[in-house]
Ligand binder design. Structure first.
Ligand code: HEM
Length: 379
C-alpha cells in the first residue's frame, strides 16, 4: 500500500497490525519522540527488529531502556569522537587501498561485494577495537560465521569464538597500554565498577555488528548507483570534492536493485509506551509503529525531484541514520570511509562497470536494505 503523508494502519511483515508513519517531518518528529521506544511496555511481549540490550541482558522495559541507552552512548561517544576518527583517517585509507589492491589482483572480473564491501567495515572496526593484524583473518571469519542464522550451530560457534577472543583481548589490553576503544573502556571501568569485562565485550561486539551490515549495504548500493548513473559518476570523477554530498545522496536514495523489484520499504520499529495522539489518530500503548524512512527520504517537499539520483544536492537531510536519541553513533566513521572509498575506487578503476546485467544482481534476503549477494564488476 502506498502511504500518504501522516499515519495509517498496515500489516507488518508478520501480518500483525502496525501504524505506518510517513512524511519527512512526521517521521523526524516521531523518531525523536521519547514516548516511542524500542522496548515494549509489556516486558513479556516479543519485540521485533531491535537490538539486544547493550550490556548483554534482554532488552529492558522503556524506562530501563532509556537508562541503558544513556549509559551506552556515554561510554561509546568518546570512542567514536571526531578526534578518534581523525586519528583513524590514515588507517581507513590504508585499509581501503589494501582492499582495492585485492580487487585489482583478483580481476577483472571480480566480486566487489566479497572483496571490498564486506571486509571493509569489519577491518575498520578491528582497527577501532585494536585487534592486532595477525588476528584479523580469524576475527573476520568468526564474524561471518556468527551471522549464519540459517546454520544455528555455525552461528553459535562463531559467536562463542568471538566472545572468547574479545575476553582474551580485553585481558591483554589491561596490561599492555594501547590507544583504542577497548583501552578507553578499560579506563572508564576504573571509575565505574559496574562496567565489567563482559560489559566491555558486549559493547565491542555491539560496535562490530551495528557497524557492519548497514555499511556493507551502503557500499553496495553506492557502487550500484554510481555504475548505473554515468553522469553522476563522471561528475564525481571530475570533482572529488563532491564526495560528501554524493555519500549523503547515496544514504538518501534506495538501491537500484530494490527499486527495480519494488521490494523496498525498510523502516525502523518502535512501540508506544503510552497512548499518543498523532493527526487525530490514537496510537495505543503497546501498539507497533513503523517508520517509512525511504518514503520520508523521497518527500518532495524536502527533496525536489526526489526520484532523481543527484549527487550535487546541497541539502540532504535524509533519515537513513535515524534521528533523535538513537541517531547513529557511527555516522562520522561511516561517512569518512564511504567518502574516501567512492573517490578512490573511481580514481583507480576509471573504467569500472558491472560485469553482469543489473537484473542478475540479487538482494540478500533478511539483510539491511541495499545489500546484495554478489556484485561482479569489470574494468
Ligand atoms: C553506513 C552505514 C550506517 C547506517 C545506514 C546506520 C544506521 C543506523 C540507524 C538507522 C541507527 C538507529 C536505529 C534506531 O533508530 O533504532 C543506528 C544506530 C547505531 N549505529 Fe549505525 N549505521 C551505520 C554505520 C554505523 C557504524 C560504522 C557504526 C559503528 C562502528 C554504527 C554504530 C551504531 C550504534 C552504536 C548505534 C546505536 C545507537 C543507539 O541505539 O543509540 N553505525 N545506525
Amino acid at each position: 500500500m502506498t502511504p500518504t503523508h501522516g499515519i495509517q494502519q498496515v500489516s507488518d511483515t508478520q501480518g500483525r497490525l502496525a501504524w505506518l508513519i510517513s512524511g519527512h517531518q512526521r517521521v523526524r518528529d516521531l523518531l525523536a519522540d521519547p514516548r516511542l521506544s524500542r522496548s515494549h511496555p509489556n516486558p513479556g511481549h516479543p519485540v521485533r527488529l531491535t537490538q539486544p540490550g547493550w550490556f548483554g541482558g534482554p532488552i529492558p522495559d522503556p524506562d530501563g531502556e532509556l537508562a541503558d541507552l544513556q549509559r551506552m552512548r556515554k561510554l561509546l561517544t568518546p570512542a567514536l569522537s571526531a578526534r578518534r576518527m581523525e586519528d583513524l583517517r590514515p588507517r581507513i585509507r590504508a585499509i581501503v587501498d589494501g582492499l582495492l589492491d585485492d580487487l585489482e589482483r583478483t580481476g577483472p572480473p571480480a566480486d566487489f561485494h566479497s572483496l571490498v564491501a564486506y571486509p571493509l567495515p569489519a577491518l575498520v572496526v578491528c582497527d577501532l577495537l585494536g585487534v592486532p593484524e595477525q588476528d584479523r583473518a580469524d576475527f573476520l571469519r568468526w564474524q561471518l560465521e556468527a551471522k549464519q542464522v540459517s546454520k544455528p550451530a555455525v552461528a553459535r560457534g562463531g559467536l562463542q569464538s568471538l566472545w572468547r577472543y574479545l575476553g582474551t583481548l580485553i585481558e591483554r589490553k589491561r596490561w599492555v597500554p594501547s590507544d583504542d576503544v577497548i583501552a578507553d573502556l578499560l579506563r572508564a571501568a576504573e571509575l565505574d565498577p559496574a562496567l565489567t569485562d563482559d560489559g566491555i565485550a558486549h559493547l565491542a561486539a555491539g560496535l562490530l555488528f551495528a557497524g557492519h551490515a548497514p555499511v556493507v549495504a551502503i557500499i553496495d548500493r553506492g557502487v550500484l548507483l554510481l555504475l548505473t548513473h554515468d553522469d553522476q559518476r563522471e561528475a564525481l570523477q571530475r570533482e572529488p570534492a563532491l564526495a560528501s554530498s554524493a555519500v549523503e545522496e547515496i544514504f538518501r536514495f534506495a538501491s537500484p536493485v530494490e527499486r527495480q523489484r519494488a521490494t523496498r520499504r525498510g523502516g525502523l520499529t518502535r512501540y508506544a509506551a503510552v497512548d499518543i495522539d498523532v493527526d487525530g489518530v490514537t496510537i495505543r500503548a503497546g501498539d507497533t509503529v513503523l517508520f517509512a524512512v525511504q518514503e520520508a527520504n523521497e518527500d518532495e517537499a524536502v527533496f525536489p525531484d526526489s526520484k532523481r539520483f543527484d549527487i550535487t544536492r546541497e541539502r540532504v537531510p535524509h533519515l537513513s541514520l535515524s534521528h533523535g536519541a538513537h541517531f547513529c553513533l557511527g555516522a562520522h566513521l561511516a561517512r569518512l570511509k564511504l567518502q574516501y572509498l567512492f573517490v578512490r575506487l573511481f580514481e583507480r578503476f576509471p573504467t569500472l562497470r558491472l560485469a553482469v546485467p543489473l537484473e542478475d544482481i540479487h538482494p540478500v534476503r533478511d539483510a539491511v536494505a541495499g545489500a546484495v549477494s554478489q556484485l561482479p564488476v569489470t574494468w
